[in-house]
Design a protein around this ligand. Sequence first.
Ligand code: SF4
Length: 242
Amino acid sequence: MSRYISYEEVLRRCQRINQQYQINQDRFDQIVDYLVDTPRLSNEEKIHQAFQLLLQAVNEEIAGMEATADLQPTCQMGCAFCCYFPIVITKMEADLMKQAINQMPADRKTFIKRHIADYYHRYQDQVDSLGNVDIAGDPEAKLSYKKANLPCVLLNTETNTCLAYEFRPLPCRTYVNYTDPKACEENHMPKETISYDFLYQEYMGAFNELLQVLYDSDEQIGVNYPDDVYQEDLLINWLKEA
Ligand code: SF4
């Protein structure tokens, strides 16, 4: 007998989430309030912290839903099949990830920068062709991208770990498997996985609220608002200029 629960069982348990779980909007609002009311932080520091705190809030929401449905992810360290999907984020998020890398301790920063430079050298042709796929407009684009087997620019393919794990963006957090991990190994687009990408609404809603307040202040915010929040592209394109 399999030690993993079936997809049908996952769906049954997810119904509990729909029936019993309320997204904790206060969790997101409190982050905005805390940052707005903390004068010792510059606007740029507030935005930088918002990125980490709001992503953490997304993690906590997912954990709350999992507890409600008695679900435990079967995604494990060293399993990185989802790191071959196209990851689309905004220019602001990409800039915040680059800043986070630049603020890392020297050894780690140097390692990541070297990895990124090697990546673009090694995968240049694939990045050039896949970097132009129309993920939003072409229904087949995601599958074609996945089939091309191009690793994410931040995936260490020797250890199958993310080089910027604590700053990984929202799409990397909201895609979860609760069934046999073989589903991801054996299928380009496993139907057994669950997506919590609806949390983008709370995450980006809170971000926008904070940005609007900071934008109206006298101090620079270091973000071209609102353009940087609406400009989306693949992570493999954004990090070319890391
Ligand atoms: S950012 Fe990290 S977690 Fe996300 S796809 Fe890339 S390597 Fe994987």
